[in-house]
Structures are given as structure tokens and as C-alpha cells.
Design a binder for this molecule. Structure first.
Ligand code: ADP
Length: 267
């Protein structure tokens, strides 16, 4: 394993209305790792991701990205956030939407358009650079949103349930694309989802969270060969890993480092 990129130490988050969204959360994510946060609605997944992004601050505890606070200029350079909604500018073309973060950074026009085109190629939308968002399907819009996140060449990608609104086939295709992108860029990814299948397919480790207050119930290794492909989706082990996550959520935690084959899971 490489050096730790993300360090979360004993983080508590209490909102002004008194809601304790996170209690005693500690987590390390290594450089280049793909980690998912899973758990039922309200367990603090988005809050934790937003704290990593510097969009919220922890009430106590510490968070660092490559040794910097999430709000530090270096962290803002190093990270990109992909929201649940693609949030594209309807009046800008696909190319100009993708180039926008570079425009905001003052990158010269020719360079930002060249980089935006490369990112559109990476998400399979090279031919749609001149289209407007209204001309695209939901899956394509999400691809544009991912291309826009990639354009700054982030070391860390924080993804907040990006495929929740998509149909199953599109979601699976985009899961494969995200794995391809992660391999190509070497980015560290923290991915929020409440879909256990998606989490198992994508992740090298799964952080299983439980609500009231939001806590980490277990951190599960998914040691199967990486990146994954259709054979993994069809394997028995895939279903068993999903079952293992569900068992933890139902209060029957397997050891966090349970080796395969899985103890306590029917064959
Ligand atoms: P998840 O992403 O797992 O669904 P969230 O992180 O969105 O969970 O929310 C965790 C808890 O914090 C929930 O009880 C939610 O209602 C509460 N919460 C989230 N944002 C706020 C806020 N801005 N003010 C008050 N409570 C909030």
C-alpha cells in the first residue's frame, strides 16, 4: 500500500439543531485506493464526504488530505467532488461545461479546451463536445459531470451517490467506466452509495456505517482481483460479499478483515 492520502481522526459532527450526524469516526484511505461509504439513509455518509471536501467542518476531531486541511488551497487543487445531480450549466456546451473548472483557475483557452476534450474522450463523449446538456440522456449528463471533475487532474475524487438516479444497465456501465478512469488516473476515490452491489463491485474496502448517531460499524476488505469485470458480477463471491455487508448492517458484524471464504456465510 502507498502512503495514506486521507486521514480522519475521531471526528464528531453536531449540526446547530443538535443532530449528532457523526460520532467518533476514524478512517485512513491510502493513495490510489477505492473506498465506498455505505449504510442506510441518515448514517452520515454525505456529511463525512462533505467534511472531506471542506464543504462542512467537523465539530471535533481532525481531517487531513495529504497532510493539509480540506479547506486548504492545496486540498482544493488536489480534489474534485461529483454530486448526485450532474449540475451542468444549460447554456454552455458539453465542452465548455467540462472546461469550466479550468476557466475558473485562469487556464488559457486553448489548453483548457484541449484538456476538456481529453476528459470527454475518457468518458466516451468525445463526439458530443458541441452538444448542450438538454440534448443528453441522464447517463451522458453524469459522464459530463465526471469529465468536469477529471479536468483538473485531481488526486482525490469524492463521489456522492453519483449513479443513484440512473437505470441499472446505465449504472453498471458507468461503474465500469469509473473503474477504468480510476485505473488510468491513479486517483484515490471515496464513493458514497446505499447500493451494496455497487459498493462491492467498485471497492477495495467498504466502510459500513450505521445511523443515530452516524458511526463506522465495520470496514470490510474486498480482496478480489482489481479492477473488477463482468466475471466478478457473475461469481458466487460477489453475492457473498454483498450478504456480508447486509449482515453487518443488521447487527451481525463479520470481522472487519474476514478472509475469503467468508466465515458464517452459507456456501
Ligand atoms: P446520509 O448521507 O447517510 O443519508 P447525511 O450525512 O445526509 O446521511 O445525514 C446524517 C444525519 O445528519 C441525518 O440525521 C440528517 O438528517 C442530519 N443532517 C444532515 N445535514 C444536516 C444539516 N445541515 N442540519 C441538520 N441536520 C443535518
Amino acid at each position: 500500500m502507498g502512503t495514506s492520502t486521507i486521514e480522519v481522526q475521531n471526528v464528531h459532527k453536531r449540526f446547530p439543531d443538535g443532530t449528532l450526524a457523526l460520532e467518533g469516526v476514524s478512517l485512513q484511505v491510502q493513495a490510489g485506493e477505492f473506498v465506498s461509504l455505505v449504510g442506510p439513509s441518515g448514517c452520515g455518509k454525505s456529511t463525512l464526504l462533505r467534511i472531506l471536501a471542506g464543504l462542512e467542518t467537523a465539530t471535533s476531531g481532525s481531517v487531513s488530505l495529504n497532510g493539509h486541511l480540506p479547506s486548504a488551497p492545496q486540498s482544493r487543487q488536489d480534489m474534485a467532488f461529483v454530486f448526485q445531480e450532474p449540475t451542468l450549466m444549460p447554456w454552455k456546451t458539453v465542452l465548455h461545461n467540462v472546461a469550466l473548472p479550468l476557466e475558473l483557475r485562469g487556464t488559457p483557452l486553448a489548453e483548457r479546451e484541449a484538456r476538456a476534450r481529453r476528459c470527454l474522450e475518457l468518458v466516451g463523449l468525445g463526439a458530443r463536445a458541441g452538444a448542450f446538456p438538454r440534448e443528453l440522456s441522464g447517463g451522458m449528463k453524469m459522464r459530463v459531470s465526471i469529465a468536469r471533475a477529471l479536468v483538473t487532474e485531481p488526486k482525490v475524487m469524492l463521489m456522492d451517490e453519483p449513479f443513484g438516479a440512473l437505470d441499472e444497465m446505465t449504472r453498471q456501465r458507468l461503474n465500469d467506466e469509473v473503474l477504468g478512469i480510476q485505473q488510468a488516473t491513479g486517483a484515490t476515490v471515496v464513493f458514497v452509495t446505499h447500493n451494496m452491489f455497487e459498493a462491492v463491485y467498485l471497492s477495495q474496502r467498504i466502510v459500513v456505517m450505521t445511523p443515530h448517531p452516524g458511526r463506522i460499524a465495520a470496514v470490510l476488505d474486498v480482496p478480489e482481483a482489481y479492477p473488477r469485470d463482468a466475471r466478478f458480477r457473475g461469481s458466487d463471491l460477489y453475492g457473498k460479499r454483498v450478504f456480508q455487508v447486509l449482515q453487518i448492517l443488521e447487527g451481525h458484524p463479520a470481522p472487519p478483515d474476514a478472509p475469503a471464504p467468508l466465515a458464517g456465510v452459507p456456501a
